[in-house]
Every structure is written in structure tokens, then in C-alpha cells.
Design a protein around this ligand. Structure first.
Ligand code: GLU
Length: 556
């Protein structure tokens, strides 16, 4: 029989003005949602940066909620006062905003909360937890424990030494069956204490658990008398807070990192102890990276800069590129869907639990992310690239911003080469920072700052560079059409012994010094400092005669 403490003693453990369980039920009524609607949430602990895995979990949770006309909310889990850094809440909110993951309830960027199930920060919900911690004690399902942390540590060490599974359970749970007198004596001495679950579980007994992602599992029942509440802070530990909050906030599907999988038996026991129906659980495998080229490991918050969600903003990835990439990682059939629906908004894609990455964590691959991003940027208009690139550059690359802004039309024209309406739009921009490397040469100060062009870059026509430019000066007309212009380049080449095209050159290589591409390369390298650029005619057009002449002159 569970030891039930007398009411007079329990009254000493909690404030006497706690609302009743009934009152809480009235305050947080069941949600009225359409059949099948999912209520999901992100419950981050504000303990540092926003992990990419947090964005991944939010994205998946948010999509499931919204594709079923449900609700996605954000709850800040700050009950561990020692580890919480309140300023991180802002980082979390801003990350979700940056990645366009809409939150229906919880903290917003304006710094105000929305939603009817709040407050959405656990430290502001103390009374709610107290009502139920008290109820558990009243029902003999929890009890105060006066062990010091040193005592429980020593217990664990002792158990390990003896080859026993460590933990505060069964006969090692010293305060589990303490008499009211013993409890009273410690209370009157003012001994600090915690409240523990009085577990009825049997570790040898397995329970069947269906995980939305990992499938049917058999897990040992929980038998640990876990700490669930810390009176000194007035707050619960994570496990109790999770159960109470997800009950009252109406969460139907808990999607969280699989480090919590082993806690499911404890959580189910707590739901049962409180008489509530548990949500469905889906445990997400963590995003991984490869180390030393092959070994896979979990992305680490401390070791890997790419674990920081804000890094992607700093690097200049458009947020939708990261989202699109994360969907690729999440759902195995997203890529096929995208191929079949190149123009559709990815919101039209429905995630399914069956296709969600399961036991093996998806592998983060920057090359792939960049490719996904280049594809997305290639569909943007020059004006959009200008606006978004500039706003990024203002924050992270002032030099680029300064140049882009000097003559917005010039910049937009440069960005528009082989873009809007082009049969195959350019795919050279994956991040806004690529604007510097890929289009920086349009701006004189940036161009002048580039590495001086080495002769090597000129290629086969290197020795004729001066002659080519001289001949060009004689015939250049800014108003030439592309065909006229190209004819002139060919003519210059012919006179100097270059074939009209690669084919002609291949047939009789001994006859020529090279071909027209080699001639064009002289212009390309002189104008841009690069051997690979978009269409040369368009570049000259955008740069204008004066700039073109100025740059070509250097070779003479
Ligand atoms: N606060 C927990 C964490 O940050 C959340 C776990 C959950 O989603 O239930 O890991």
C-alpha cells in the first residue's frame, strides 16, 4: 500500500492558494479542431543557440500541423534555471521567423505571446504544475525525498560497484516509504527536498510502444522514482512539465529528438498517474555529418558551426533553400515530388510518417544544399536577387552592399544576364555571398581588388592578346547586335589564324593557332578576371563601352 501523507503535512509543501484541477481544465478547454487535425509543438530549452536540428524538428512539426489544419505552437522549456539563458528565446523566435516557419501560438518576434493556452514559457506556469504535483502526492503517487545530491551520487556509484543497475528505485529509494513523522521532522528542520514519482513499474516487464517513426518497440517499464518537481524553485523537472503541458495544450503528436525515446515509459507512466491520454510520439533521428570523409556522427552543438541555425543566415543562404533542403532530408520521396513539380510551392507537398527519415539520421551535405539553393535562386528575378542580396550584404558584407547600391540599375542589369526569360537561367548563386565572387567584377573597386590576371588565364591566344584587343578597338560598335558583334570577333580571329569554331579547329588543328573561343577568352579574362562567366556579349553590353575599353586597355 502506498504511504499517503496526511493532508496537514501535504499542505505544508505547497502554497495554499493553488487553483484546483477542475479550474485548470476550465481554463484550458479541449481544442475544437477538425477530425484528423494534428497539434504539434516545438519545446526548446533556451540554453544557447538554435540548433539546425531544432529547425528540422520545427519544420516537420509545423508541416504536419498545417497540412492537417491543426496547430503548431512554440513552448519555451526553461524549468532548468541553472541552464536557461532567457536571451536565447529571442534567438529561437527569430530563427523560426527567418525560416518562415509560422507559429500559431507562443512567443512572437514582437516579443508578445499569442494563443489561448499560455503562458507558453514554462517558468510562468508554476502554479499549474504545483496543482498536479500536489495531486500526485495526495494520491500517494509521489512523495518528498530529502536525499542530498551527494547521497544519490554515492548511491549510484555504490550500485555500479556492485554491478547493480543504478538509480533511485525499489529498495534504494530511501524516502519512498518514509513515515509522516520522518517527513515532518525533515520539514521542520528545513531540509531541502525534491518530489519524486512513486513508480509502480517493473523493469523486467516490457511494454509495447508504437513510435510514429521507429515503429513498434518493446521497452522496459520505468521503475525509477524520478525527480519530478523541485520545491526550491517552485518548478517541475522536464518530464512532469512535458506531460502536464502537452495535456493541457492539447498536443496530439509529439515529434522530438530520439534522445527522448528512452523516457517514453516514464512519460506514459506519468500520463497514467494523472489519468490523461498520452499523445502519439515520433522520435526523430538527429542530423548527422561525416567526419574525416567517411565516419558519420551526430551534428554537435558545441563542435560544429553548421549546427547553428543562424550560420545559414550569416552565410547568405536564402531561408527557403534551407527549408527545401531540410524537406529533402526529412522525407525520402520529396526529391521525386520536386522533380515532378518543379514550379510548385513545397507547402503543397505532404509529409508522411512512413517516408520520414527513421533510425538513420539524415546526412548534412553542403554540396547538395548549395545545389538546391542555386536551383531556387535561378528562379528568382534580378530585382528579387538585388533586394535580398543587398539586405544580406548590408549586414554581412558592407563592401559588396556599397557597390550594389551605387547604381541599382547597373547592378540589376548585371544580375539579369542569362536570367529572366533565359532558356537555361544561371545557376551560379547559392548564397548571397556568391554575389561577390560571381558578379563582383562588374564593380570597378572590387574588380581592381581582384588578384592580378596571370598570363596563364589567357590560354591559347595569350601571345596575341595585344593584337586582338587592338583589332577590337578598331571595329567595336556599342550598338552591334550579338550576331554582328560575334562576327567581328570571328573576323579578328581569322586574321590572326584562329578557326571560326571548335569543330573546324578539331578537324585541322595544324592549320590554326586555336579557335574563336580562345579569342573570346582574352576579352573574358581582361573584363572579368575569370575564365568562366555568363554570356560575354551581355557582359560588355551591361558594362558599357567606356568601362570595356578601360579594362581591355590594360593589356596594351
Ligand atoms: N526541452 C526539450 C529539449 O530541448 C524538448 C523535448 C520535447 O520536445 O519534448 O530537448
Amino acid at each position: 500500500m502506498n504511504q499517503i501523507l496526511p493532508e496537514s503535512l501535504i499542505a505544508k509543501l505547497f502554497p495554499n492558494d493553488l487553483p484546483s484541477a477542475e479550474e485548470w481544465k476550465e481554463k484550458y478547454p479541449q481544442r475544437k479542431l477538425p477530425e484528423g487535425a494534428m497539434v504539434t509543438r516545438l519545446g526548446p530549452s533556451p540554453t544557447g543557440l538554435m540548433h539546425l536540428g531544432g529547425v528540422y524538428a520545427s519544420l516537420i512539426s509545423e508541416r504536419f500541423a498545417h497540412q492537417t489544419n491543426g496547430v503548431f505552437f512554440l513552448r519555451i522549456e526553461d524549468t532548468d534555471e541553472a541552464r536557461s539563458q532567457p536571451e536565447t528565446t529571442e534567438v529561437i523566435v527569430k530563427s523560426l521567423d527567418f525560416f518562415n516557419i509560422p507559429v500559431d501560438e507562443g512567443m512572437t518576434v514582437s516579443g508578445e505571446e499569442k494563443g489561448n493556452y499560455g503562458p507558453y514559457t514554462q517558468s510562468a506556469r508554476a502554479k499549474l504544475y504545483q496543482t498536479f504535483a500536489k495531486q500526485l502526492i495526495e494520491q500517494g503517487k509521489a512523495y518528498p525525498c530529502f536525499c542530498t545530491p551527494e547521497e544519490t551520487n554515492t548511491l549510484g556509484e555504490q550500485q555500479m560497484k556492485e554491478g547493480i543497475r543504478p538509480g533511485y528505485y525499489g529498495k534504494w529509494a530511501k524516502w519512498r516509504d518514509a513515515s509522516p513523522e520522518e517527513v515532518e521532522a525533515e520539514l521542520s528542520k528545513g531540509t531541502p527536498y525534491v518530489i519524486r514519482l512513486r513508480s509502480n513499474g517493473d523493469f523486467e516487464h516490457k511494454i509495447k510502444v508504437h513510435d510514429l517513426l521507429k515503429g513498434d518497440l518493446e521497452l522496459s517499464e520505468n521503475d525509477i522514482d524520478k525527480k519530478i518537481f523541485v520545491p526550491a524553485t517552485g518548478l517541475p523537472r522536464y518530464h512532469l512539465a512535458h506531460v502536464i503541458d502537452d495535456h493541457f495544450m492539447g498536443t496530439t503528436h509529439v515529434l522530438r529528438g530520439d534522445e527522448w525515446l528512452s523516457s517514453v515509459p516514464l512519460h506514459l507512466e506519468l500520463f497514467e498517474a494523472l489519468g490523461w491520454k498520452p499523445p502519439e510520439y515520433g522520435h526523430l533521428a538527429p542530423i548527422q555529418k561525416t567526419e574525416d570523409g567517411s565516419k558519420k556522427r551526430k551534428l554537435s552543438k558545441r563542435k560544429d558551426p553548421e549546427a547553428n541555425a543562424m550560420l545559414y543566415q550569416e552565410e547568405g543562404f536564402p531561408s527557403e533553400s534551407v527549408v527545401e533542403y531540410l524537406l529533402n532530408l526529412a522525407n525520402s520521396d520529396f526529391e521525386d515530388w520536386r522533380k515532378a513539380n518543379p514550379e510548385k510551392d513545397n507547402r503543397e507537398f505532404s509529409l508522411t510518417f512512413e517516408r520520414l527519415a527513421r533510425s538513420n539520421g539524415p546526412l548534412l551535405d553542403f554540396v547538395k544544399l548549395n545545389d538546391v539553393s542555386k536551383e531556387i535562386v535561378s528562379k528568382m528575378s534580378a530585382a528579387e536577387i538585388y533586394d535580398r542580396g543587398l539586405s544580406w550584404a548590408k549586414q554581412y558584407h558592407p563592401k559588396l552592399a556599397e557597390e550594389m547600391e551605387k547604381d541599382p540599375d547597373y547592378t540589376k542589369n548585371a544580375l539579369n544576364i542569362e536570367r529572366e526569360g533565359a532558356p537555361r537561367p544561371r545557376k551560379d548563386i547559392g548564397t548571397w555571398s556568391d554575389l561577390y565572387a560571381e558578379t563582383g567584377y562588374f564593380f570597378d573597386p572590387i574588380f581592381q581588388n581582384q588578384e592580378p590576371v596571370s598570363d596563364e588565364l589567357f590560354g591559347a591566344a595569350k601571345d596575341d592578346a595585344g593584337a586582338i584587343v587592338n583589332a577590337f578597338f578598331e571595329t567595336f560598335n556599342e550598338n552591334d547586335t550579338k550576331d554582328e558583334w560575334f562576327e567581328k570577333i570571328k573576323e579578328i580571329g581569322r586574321k590572326l589564324g584562329y578557326a571560326d569554331g571548335a569543330k573546324a579547329y578539331k578537324l585541322e588543328p595544324e592549320k590554326y593557332k586555336g579557335q574563336v573561343g580562345d579569342v573570346a577568352k582574352i576579352f573574358r579574362v581582361l573584363l572579368t578576371g575569370k575564365t568562366n562567366t555568363p554570356d560575354l556579349y551581355s557582359i560588355m553590353k551591361v558594362m558599357g563601352k567606356e568601362r570595356v575599353m578601360e579594362r581591355l586597355k590594360r593589356v596594351l
